[in-house]
Design a protein around this ligand. Structure first.
Ligand code: C5P
Length: 307
């Protein structure tokens, strides 16, 4: 997955948890970058101490409201929609655990809401228009919890032409919910937009594409080819095939991603490992909170408000 992120040039598999200067030198890296949340070793030391001391550490702000914790919370909530008293109590408990109230929560693992901005989209977008000779390929879907199945599919689609320009049509949340039901999509349209834009095979995203690949859409984007993976294609509201128009034009192709992973599989894994995950998370948050409080105390001391 990381290899398919467009800002990544090289991967070091099985990198050590604590980044050492030796590691940086071995791979010819000038410095190491991490978000502004604390990561600690088992004995409570900052994992980046060595590179920090050597002046080879840079920090970036963590994106507010985007965290694994929050996504997992949403996945677990999804199973609480059954109409039983027990389920309702469980639902309330999870809201306490994963709710939007960040008071008393670690500022890093805790939850807050992600706000989409045009700046953010600009950072992620390619900004490129198709060039003459490009093959404009359209694919559509939910692309929820953007995963390796999606990447494999987009990579195969990318291989179909020498100069592909891939446009991903993302269905709005209500549209996805209509055919996926339950609590889907897990990621909202803003989050799905950025996940898909981060992929090196994607040139453009239609934010809120119609469920069917209509004549208007194909003409507007001058689409040469429409692709779908081997997953099931559900009919549109009126029972029609959403790919009827590209099929009529002879520009539809089914592409085998070679992966059978689905968004549901990921959700099922999370549900299965829920207890383990919750325990891990509580421990992680308690540790982060302790460090955060110590940092704040230190700041107050430096400011002379406390001894
Ligand atoms: O299910 P979703 O709408 O997110 O799928 C988006 C596209 O990715 C579809 O064309 C689907 O067939 C394809 N896909 C795939 N292999 C997977 C998962 C999705 O080809 N394992």
């Amino acid at each position: 997955m990381v290899r398919a992120i467009k800002w990544v040039d090289e991967i070091v598999p099985a990198a050590p948890y604590v980044t050492t200067l030796d590691t940086l030198d071995k791979y010819n890296c000038d410095f190491c970058v991490h978000g502004n949340d604390i990561t600690l070793t088992v004995d409570g030391k900052d994992t980046y101490e060595e590179v920090k001391n050597a002046g080879r550490y840079r920090e970036c702000q963590r994106t507010q409201g985007v965290s694994t914790t929050d996504l997992v919370g949403r996945m677990l909530l999804m199973t609480k929609t059954h109409h039983s008293v027990e389920a309702t109590q469980d639902y309330k408990r999870h809201q306490d655990n994963f709710g939007k109230d960040a008071r008393g929560r670690s500022p890093w693992t805790g939850v807050s809401q992600f706000l989409q901005t045009s700046q953010k989209i600009m950072q992620f977008a390619s900004g490129k228009e198709p060039e003459p000779g490009d093959s404009i390929i359209y694919v559509a879907g939910a692309f929820d919890l953007f995963h390796i199945g999606h990447i494999d599919f987009l990579e195969k689609v990318h291989r179909l032409a020498p100069k592909p320009y891939i446009i991903v049509g993302l269905h709005f949340d209500q549209e996805v919910n209509l055919y996926k039901r339950k609590n889907y999509p897990i990621m909202n349209i803003h989050e799905r937009t950025l996940s898909v834009l981060a992929c090196r095979y994607v040139s453009e995203v239609v934010i809120g594409a119609p469920y069917s690949a209509t004549s208007d859409l194909l003409d507007h984007f001058k689409v040469d080819l429409v692709c779908h993976g081997k997953t099931e294609v559900l009919p549109d509201r009126d029972g029609s095939d959403p790919y009827a128009e590209p099929k009529r034009r002879g520009i539809f192709r089914t592409v085998d991603s070679g992966s059978c992973l689905t968004t549901d599989d990921i959700v099922q894994r999370i549900i299965k490992n829920r207890l383990e995950y919750e325990a891990r998370n509580q421990k992680k948050e308690a540790k982060e909170l302790a460090v955060f409080e110590a940092q704040q105390k230190l700041e107050r001391i430096v400011e002379g408000q406390e001894n």
